[in-house]
Design a protein around this ligand. Sequence first.
Ligand code: URP
Ligand code: ZN
Ligand code: ZN
Ligand code: ZN
Length: 483
Amino acid sequence: MTTIIKNGTVVTADLTYKADVRVENGMITEIGPNLTGDTVLDATGCYVMPGGIDPHTHLEMPFMGTYSADDFESGTRAALAGGTTMVVDFVLPGQGQGLMDAAKVWSNKSTRAHCDYSYHMAVTWWGEKVWEGMEDSVKAGITSFKHFLAYKGALMVNDDELFASFRRVGELGGLAMVHAENGDVVAELTAKLLAEGNTGPEAHAYSRPPQVEGEATNRAIMIADMAGVPLYVVHVSCEDSHEAIRRARQQGKRVWGEPLIQHLTLDESEYFHPDWDHAARRVMSPPFRNKAHQDSLWAGLMSGSLSVVATDHCAFTTEQKRFGKGDFSKIPNGTGGLEDRLPMLWTHGVGTGRMTPNEFVAVTSTNIAKILNCYPKKGAVLVGADADLIVWDPEKEKTITASAQRSAIDYNVFEGQTVKGLPRFTLTRGHVAVTEGAVTSREGHGQFVAREARPPVNRALSQWKDLTAPRPVLRSGIPATGV
Ligand code: URP
Ligand code: ZN
Ligand code: ZN
Ligand code: ZN
C-alpha cells in the first residue's frame, strides 16, 4: 500500500521546497513532483515536516510517593494528537535496582505505545552494579544517562558519584545528561521556608532560585569536561544556566541545553494565583521564571546556544497535587505538555517571527535526532527515513482545553490559550494516526528505537587533560595519571 502526501511544501531543518512524498512500508520511498499512489493525503496549503521528537518524558513514573498519571498509552496518544511521533522516556531504577532490571519494567509499560519511543537511563544510585549495568544499557541501545543533582535523599547523586559516572559514560561513548539544581541548597531553603510558615506552592519557586540552577549547571559542565564526556542539560529554565552553556559551547565543549515549552511560555506569576490548585498544578522543577529568563531562553533558541525544545511531560492529577496541601515540598513535581509542545512553539515562535519554520523543525525534531544519534531514521524527510511525518496546517486554530485533551489529567497548564498551527495529519511509520484532530492511532504500534553509542569524540577539552602531552611529575616523583 502506497500513501502519497500531495501538494504540500516540504520543510526540513535546512530546506523548504514543493514536493509530494511517497510512503511505503512505514518509510519514505520517494520525494518529487506528481507522485501517484493508492491513498492520497491532501497537503495543499500545508507544510510536510518530520514528526516532533520529545526528548524528555516521564510516563507512568514512580515519583514522590505516586506515579505520573500519563502512561505510554495516553501519553503517546497525546503526543500524536499534537504532532509528536517519538518520545524518549527516562528509565528510573529504584535504589539498589540493576539498570537492565529497570529497563525491563519500562519495556513492559511501553508495549502500549502508539508511537515510537526510546529510553534514557537514569543513574539514581552508584555502585559496582550500576557501573557494570551501564555497558549492558549501551549494548541494549540506551546510550544516554541522566543524573539528578537535585532531589536530595531520593535521586540525587553526589559529585564523587557524578564524576565516576560521567567518566564511565564517556568511556562507553554515551551521552551524559544532568538535572542541574543544587539539591543541598534546595533542601536548606525548603526547610527554612517551611519553618517560617511558607507552606504554599509559591514557596516552591523560592526554594529553587535561578542561582541553584546556575551553580549546578556550571558544576556539571566542569565535571563533564574533566571526565571528557559530552553533556546534555535538561530543562534549562534561566539565564544563569543558559549563560554557563553558552560559555561552554564557545569554548568548544560539546554541551547542549534543552529548554521546555512551559518555561518559554509560562512565568512565575502562575504560583501567585489565588487558587491553590491552579498554582500547585504548575509546580515543577526547575520552577517557572520571570520574563527576563524567558527572553534569555528565546534568545538561546534563536542564536543556537540552546538546541532543542522538550516538555519534561510528567503529569499529575489535581488529586495527586493535593498531597502537598500544607507542605509545598510534597506536591509531586511535574507538568504536562506532550500534546501542546508543537502548536505552542509554532504559535509563540514562528507566529511571532522569532523562529523560521526550518528552525522550528530543527529544535523540535532534527537536532534532537542528531544529538541522540537516531538521525536520519528519525528527524528527517529523506528517502529511507521512517515515515514519521506531520502535515502541518499553519492556518488551523484551536483553544487549548483540558476537556478536549488526550492526557489523563484533569487540567492543562495552557488552558485557554489559542494556538495557530496544528497538524492536519500525523503519520507514525506510515500509519495515519491523526486526521484533522481525530486520533485513530493504534495502541501497541510503537516500537523501541535503539540508539548506538558513538566513538568517544569528546575528550576533555580543558588543558589539563591533554593525553598526548608528557605527564607532569608530582612532587612525590610519581607521574600524574590524570583522569
Ligand atoms: O518537576 C519535574 N521536572 N518533574 C519530573 C522529574 C524531573 O526532574 O525531570
Ligand atoms: Zn529533571
Ligand atoms: Zn524530567
Ligand atoms: Zn504498523
